[in-house]
Design a protein around this ligand. Structure first.
Ligand SMILES: N[C@H](CCC[C@H](N)C(=O)O)C(=O)O
Length: 289
């Protein structure tokens, strides 16, 4: 089985080219593939398939809004094997991969996701580096909730970016204090408010148009970056600053992205890196665990 490895601000993915959706991706196999000792290691898997092919084999019950049968579809899986609706860093890496491999010849096209079609603009894409803007679509305010981190209760805003987020802006938080937070333990949250689980972002207040953010991702744990999480963070930071629209630079441990919020829509621009390509031994991939 062919694979590539890439990352967006160090949120890393195994990319599986599978245009006709022939691969079986049961949760336990994806989890082993993403295991950083037993497998290749990654925060998630991006299967590259035509949306119509995924629908034909039943991976998709029907085509999400804004997704055509011929669109490339990002079939995203978290490191624990669970399926998530959307992955912002993943869409940038996915679009970069399509252009770098010649699967896509345009620089503007729609990437399909379970959250719907996501139009992308590939500003640059060589065989290593890419710079991509993703239209992240509609962002919905879910109302206030709280997270518990290191015994402290943090106030946050639930935000739907196609997947669920709880963005906690702490006006007292300094970048140093944020870096010192222990996120090895999953933050507590209200399962009644987030019955499907939640990605939790902790961030500093807006300062000179930028924030610092760390994230504990649903289905993964702490990651160096979370694209949909940076959108949730930007919306929460603008809101906490008494505004709503604007451009926010979000600094994450893995780098820097730019989020633009206009009304109830957002766009995410950031880098993508393709690190390697290779083959997973078919016998390893299919042997019983
Ligand atoms: N863990 C997330 C999916 C990946 C999101 C993140 N990697 C991104 O870049 O948006 C979830 O279960 O909703």
């Amino acid at each position: 089985m062919e694979f590539s490895k890439g990352h967006g601000t160090e949120n890393d993915f195994v990319i599986l080219p599978d245009p006709d959706a022939e691969l079986a991706l049961p949760e336990h196999r994806v989890a082993i593939l993403c295991d950083r000792r037993r497998g290749l290691g990654a925060d998630g898997v991006l299967r590259v398939a035509r949306a119509g092919a995924l629908a034909a084999v039943g991976v998709l019950r029907d085509l999400p809004v804004g997704v055509g049968a011929d669109d490339w579809f990002m079939d995203y899986r978290n490191a624990d094997g669970s399926i998530a609706e959307m992955c912002g860093n993943g869409v940038r890496v996915f679009a970069h991969y399509l252009c770098a491999t010649g699967l896509e010849l345009r620089s503007e096209f729609v990437v399909g996701s379970r959250a719907g079609g996501r139009p992308v603009t590939v500003h640059t894409a060589d065989h290593v580096h890419g710079d991509v803007t993703v239209d992240m679509g509609q962002v919905r305010d879910l109302g206030p909730s709280t997270a518990t981190v290191g015994g402290r209760v943090l106030a946050g805003i639930g935000i739907d970016v196609g997947n669920p987020h709880l963005a906690c802006v702490d006006p007292e938080m300094t970048p140093a204090a944020l870096a010192a937070l222990d996120l090895t333990v999953s933050p507590g949250f209200d399962p009644g408010f987030f019955p499907e689980g939640v990605n939790i972002e902790i961030l500093t207040a807006l300062d000179g148009g930028s924030v610092d953010m760390r994230v504990h991702e649903r289905g993964v744990g702490e990651t160096r970056s979370c694209g949909t999480g940076t959108v949730a963070a930007a919306v929460a930071a603008l809101r906490a600053n008494g505004g709503s629209d604007g451009k926010v630079e979000v600094r994450v441990p893995g780098g820097l992205v730019e989020v633009t919020v206009e009304g109830d829509r957002a766009a995410l621009r950031g880098p993508s890196v393709l690190v390697a390509a290779g083959r997973v031994d078919d016998r390893w991939w299919t042997e019983p665990v």
